[in-house]
Design a protein around this ligand. Structure first.
Ligand SMILES: [Zn+2]
Length: 460
């Protein structure tokens, strides 16, 4: 039995690991590489293995850095099953279609600039075929991926439908349980359940995104969100929130709903101004069975995302019309790192007004407009124009969907507590400093941990 690290090795994107058992190969995830454009493009166009050798795909969750290259697999001829939880399948339907549109637009842009034909990585037809090939399997229901490999999903608590993957592999007389953590969530998120701990692992592939830092406490985030909305409304300003369409937006709406019911925010309109966020919210509404049933609002309210203050603006003209409205309001719009999407026109209109607040709730990578806002630059460039940044800038770190260092360690310890035979821990999905941080901590606690490089192959 053999394991090859074909992506997210010493970096956080391009998640893909190949498992070879009994002469068959399955892929865990097939994610998009993101980052420096030219480098990412080359990596994204290179398939992890010849399509004819691939016998099955198991997808951990719908984020693009885990699912984003599935349409390329299908475009290149992969016609077998792609397994995922039902909620991941439903989310992926929207997210892959959105990703395909971005690929198509990028290719058009290149074509205009280079005045030569540019082929998109894949198109919306490829994305639609991925969904046709996807089979949804609920948590804790084992299924055979290929002869000799039985899989099951356990809740990773990261985004709706996210799973850690447990693979029971049998080759001749040898049996091994391989556990792939995928992205591990945080305890205490409002809608998503806390991560579960897989049991009886022999080998662990584990994420390490925040292996070198700890987050703020989640409860503080909701209280601070309330304070930001109250203070901004008192100034007569707008709260502008760049947010990822899946997960972050729904957590914010849930928390604003909670705050509105307890009278902790004024009765001002809340606009969800993102078609993808609206679609993702509809997927949430299809899967209440996997919400965290210990949460107060989940227990008491059927319509978590629809209440009298919240308005969903799908249409682009409706979105533009928000500029003409007066009085305080909250606007949640994509993209999460302020690189594209409707948040741009809201910033062009509102960044210079000191009554407004730009509320940052997610990680802002280097070289993004979101990062320049966090750094409170004097001006920001939107649509090619320098705009003075006079709005208040508030940063809430409590909304991360990723376990921090402390939670990653606790997860590894919990898995080990039921895994006396645990041999190796392979760290993936982390920048080198984060991986080193977590590796040191794990080794100090007696784990045999390492961080494989791209292309590394190991027996297990
Ligand atoms: Zn993720």
């Amino acid at each position: 039995m053999e394991l090859t690290f074909a992506g997210a090795a010493r970096e956080v994107t391009g998640s893909c690991h190949l498992v070879r058992v009994n002469g068959r190969t399955i892929a865990l995830d097939c994610g998009m590489f993101q980052g420096r454009r030219a480098e990412a493009q080359v990596k994204n166009r290179t398939l992890p293995l010849p399509i004819a050798e691939l016998d099955g795909v198991v997808l951990s969750h719908a984020h693009i850095d885990h699912a984003g290259r599935l349409p390329l697999l299908v475009r290149e001829g992969y016609s077998k099953t792609i397994w995922a939880t039902p909620a991941t399948r439903d989310l992926a339907a929207y997210m892959l279609m959105d990703s395909a549109h971005i690929q198509e637009k990028d290719a058009e842009f290149l074509e205009r600039r280079q005045k030569a034909h540019a082929e998109p990585l894949y198109n919306s037809r490829d994305a639609a075929r991925v969904i046709e090939q996807m089979v949804g399997v609920p948590y804790h229901r084992p299924f055979d991926v290929v002869p000799g490999v039985r899989a099951s999903f356990v809740d990773a608590g990261h985004i709706l439908g996210s799973a850690s993957v447990v693979l029971d592999c049998k080759d001749g007389d040898a049996t091994r349980r391989l556990v792939f953590s995928a992205d591990i969530g945080r305890s205490g998120l409002s809608i998503i359940r806390d991560p579960e701990f897989p049991t009886a692992a022999d080998v662990l592939i584990m994420e390490s995104t925040y292996g070198d830092r700890d987050h703020a406490v989640i409860d503080d985030a909701r209280a601070r969100l309330g304070a930001v909305v109250r203070e901004t409304a008192a100034r007569g300003g707008r709260v502008l929130v760049p947010a990822f369409a899946v997960g972050r937006t729904q957590e914010l709406v849930y928390d604003l709903h909670t705050l509105a019911r307890s009278g902790d925010v004024p009765r001002i309109p809340i606009f969800i101004d993102s078609p993808l966020a609206i679609d993702a919210t509809s997927v949430f509404e299809l899967h209440p069975d996997i919400f965290d049933s210990t949460e107060d609002l989940v227990q008491r309210v059927h319509q978590l995302f629809r209440f009298e203050l919240v308005r969903y603006t799908r249409d682009a003209n409706e979105s533009k019309a928000l500029n003409a409205l007066r009085g305080p309001m909250v606007i949640i719009a994509g993209s999460g790192m302020v690189e594209s999407g409707r948040i741009l026109h809201h910033l062009a209109h509102g960044a210079a007004d000191p009554r407004n607040t730009i509320l940052i709730v997610g990680f802002q990578a280097e070289h993004t407009l979101g990062r320049r806002i966090v750094e409170r630059r004097e001006t920001i460039k939107v649509f090619g124009e320098e705009i003075p940044l006079r709005a208040q800038v508030e940063v809430l770190n409590g909304y991360s969907a990723h376990a921090d260092r402390r939670e990653l360690l606790a997860w590894a310890e919990a898995v080990r507590s039921t895994s006396p035979q645990l041999a190796r821990v392979y760290l993936v999905h982390g920048e080198p400093p984060a991986q080193s941080g977590l590796m040191e901590l794990l080794r100090a606690r007696g784990f045999d941990a390492s961080a494989p490089a791209l292309g590394d192959r190991v027996s297990f």
